[in-house]
Ligand binder design. Structure first.
Ligand code: C2E
Ligand code: CA
Ligand code: CA
Ligand code: CA
Length: 279
């Protein structure tokens, strides 16, 4: 537990969570933030590599903390994951995304698919299904438009009870992506046991695609795996045209990364999207 504590400590980043005291303060501030609407959702486009069209986006949470600016998730999600705070945050993000989808729909935009990140705790506490039911009831335009990003670890740990939750979500029209694929407890079992819609190739393999033969081979293997199982594949963290070219040439149809757009607030995302459609 000590070692895990040390590892998580690193994740808090330099300015936050330095001491136990600071963490208590941060937790209190975060609890207040969730209640008082300080959380923001940014969208990062996912594009079709062949034509640059935006086909989907990932919702990424930010905390607009008074006096601190826009706080990135790595500075507070690990802390939130130690308690039920993460459940509240993920619920809030889901509601936000569904409301945006509803609003875009009412304004006549063709809707992209939006993926949301969920934590193991949210799934295991059984709240995830209730959240989706409520949100889809309230914002019907979000039906068939939501994808849940899960980590491999979360799937490996899935007990039958959690499996039922995932199955029920599938029945609601929710699809699943495996996030950071290749970095976790990769197991072929979940291709048999779960309905996986998308594999997201972790950024760490994409970063040195041109320089590291092993990274290129791993990327090719993941693309092949996705083809075999007829699963959508998305490369994460694409920053360079050379990476784009490699992926395009080797049959990876979709990508997400700074080359195509950073995570951005709703208005900016809409503008970006309209522009991408115009070209
Ligand atoms: P993730 O799910 O793997 O999200 C991708 C991260 O990579 C995002 O960082 C994104 O901004 C960043 N990224 C995207 N393209 C590039 C690129 O080309 N280059 C580089 N260097 N980075 C890129 P972000 O937004 O800081 O989020 C960090 C992590 O926080 C996420 O990793 C996810 O695990 C977690 N997270 C974010 N939002 C939520 C949320 O609403 N709920 C939960 N439970 N976790 C979240
Ligand atoms: Ca993700
Ligand atoms: Ca990822
Ligand atoms: Ca991640």
């Amino acid at each position: 537990a000590k070692a895990a504590g040390r590892n998580t400590y690193v994740l808090y980043g330099p300015e936050l969570g330095k001491t136990a005291h600071a963490r208590v303060d941060l937790r209190r501030a975060l609890r207040y933030a969730v209640r008082n609407g300080e959380l923001r959702v940014h969208y990062q486009p996912q594009v079709e590599l062949a034509d640059g069209r935006i086909v989907a986006a990932e919702a990424l949470v930010r905390w607009e903390r008074p006096g601190h600016g826009l706080v990135p998730p790595n500075s507070f999600i690990p802390l939130a994951e130690e308690s039920d705070l993460i459940v509240q945050i993920d619920s809030e993000v889901l509601r936000h995304v569904a409301a945006d989808l509803q609003c875009w729909s009412e304004n006549g935009f063709p809707l992209p698919k939006i993926s949301v990140n969920v934590s193991a705790r949210q799934l295991y506490r059984g709240r995830l299904l209730d959240d989706f039911r409520q949100v889809l009831d309230h914002y019907p335009a979000a039906r068939g438009r939501l994808e849940v990003e899960l980590t491999e670890r979360l799937l490996v740990d899935a007990v039958p009870q959690n499996r039922r939750v995932l199955d029920a979500l599938v029945d609601l029209g929710v699809t699943f992506a495996i996030d950071d694929f290749g970095t976790g407890y990769s197991s072929f079992g979940y291709f048999r046991d779960f309905l996986i819609h998308t594999l997201k190739i972790d950024r760490s393999f994409i970063q040195q695609l041109a320089e590291e033969a092993a990274d290129a081979r791993i990327t090719l293997a993941i693309i092949g795996l996705a083809k075999t199982f007829d699963i959508e594949v998305v490369a994460e963290g694409v920053e360079l045209p050379a990476q784009q070219a490699f992926l395009c040439q080797h049959g990876c149809a979709r990508a997400q990364g700074w080359l195509f757009g950073k995570p951005m607030p709703t208005d900016e995302f809409i503008a970006h999207w309209k522009q991408a459609r115009a070209v």
